[in-house]
Design a protein around this ligand. Structure first.
Ligand code: SF4
Length: 311
């Protein structure tokens, strides 16, 4: 029973695999799998209260069914939404777990930190594999001794969350999917939000760092907090309206219209200036040597150039 409850919370675990290996793929499991993905698309928690053993097993199998549907669809937007939502749920669980259980989940991804002299130390390759793109996790801001990175308990949980997200996102292609999976996948495609982007992105209109972020958004890749903030401040700085900025953010896997609009209104009200290239570089978002000092200057110079051509 202990393994069953563990597998229910962590359906990617070897315990979960063992529990469902002899189960048949029933219509009910596919329905639950679809529901799991739909909740991810809506940004809702996929946590369900299940009491009976058979219900728990179906719930675990619904995770596998959802992955089969995603493996059949190969749609990066839905997969990304699903992996973020499920990894956030795992984070909620591990926030309440004992150290031993967190380590049990982490070991699934070979994240095995050492506890030494009251410190938590993680080997460099594992740290690099699962650290997220954020200033706090950059190696330059970390204490590294003999190939081990010092982390705290919160970092440890965040690394596990990222490992879960990466694992879930890495779905193998399902070539010969059962009919029920194919039907479920095709219906799901209709759930995709239509992009309301009204900005026409032309090469040359924006600096390379911004083009890269717009490209990532188009591919439905997740952007970290600094990247979202920088992109929004830049777009606002060149006079883009709230609806058009929101339209770009609809493409991100964990899009929330309410939060996005609130944040855009907030930064417009505060009148934040576009950060300098040096600051953008410190966010890890600079990707060229433009010698403009500030990304907004790129846009201004480009506008000037266009006017001169028209003269
Ligand atoms: S040099 Fe400035 S404008 Fe160019 S990519 Fe880097 S941050 Fe962007």
């Amino acid at each position: 029973m202990e393994d069953l409850d563990f597998a229910l919370k962590y359906p990617f675990s070897s315990e979960a695999k063992r529990i469902i290996e002899d189960m048949a793929l029933t219509d009910q499991i596919v329905i639950l799998g679809v529901e799991r993905i739909k909740k991810s698309l809506r940004g809702e928690s996929t946590k369900r209260m299940v009491l009976h053993e058979s219900g728990k097993k179906e719930e675990i199998a619904s995770f596998a069914a959802a992955r089969m549907i995603l493996g059949y669809l190969r749609n990066s937007f839905i997969t990304s939404k699903f992996s973020i939502n499920e990894s956030k749920l795992v984070r909620n669980y591990i926030d309440k777990e004992s150290k031993g259980t967190i380590e049990r989940v982490a070991s699934r991804f070979d994240i095995v930190p050492l506890r030494k002299d009251g410190k938590l130390l993680l080997d460099l390759p594992t740290y690099v594999s699962y650290s997220i793109r954020s200033t706090h996790y950059r190696l330059i801001n970390r204490k590294i001794t003999n190939g081990f990175v010092e982390i705290n308990d919160n970092d440890f949980k965040r690394l596990v969350e990222e490992a879960v997200r990466k694992h879930i996102e890495d779905i193998p292609l399902v070539k010969d999917a059962p009919e029920a999976i194919k039907r479920a996948g095709e219906k799901l495609i209709e759930e995709l939000p239509k992009s309301e982007t009204t900005i026409v992105v032309k090469k040359g209109d924006h600096p390379p760092c911004i083009l890269k972020l717009l490209e990532s958004a188009k591919k439905h890749e997740n952007l970290n907090h600094s990247a979202r903030w920088y992109l929004a401040v830049y777009l606002n700085g060149i006079g883009t309206g709230e609806d058009a900025i929101t339209g770009i953010y609809t493409q991100l896997p964990d899009f929330s219209e309410k939060t996005t609009r609130y944040q855009i209104k907030h930064l417009k009200k505060k009148g934040y200036n576009v950060p300098s290239c040096a600051t953008v570089m410190s966010y890890g978002l600079c990707c060229a040597v433009c010698r403009v000092g500030n990304p907004i200057r790129w846009h201004k110079l480009n506008e000037q150039r266009k006017k001169e051509i028209l003269k």
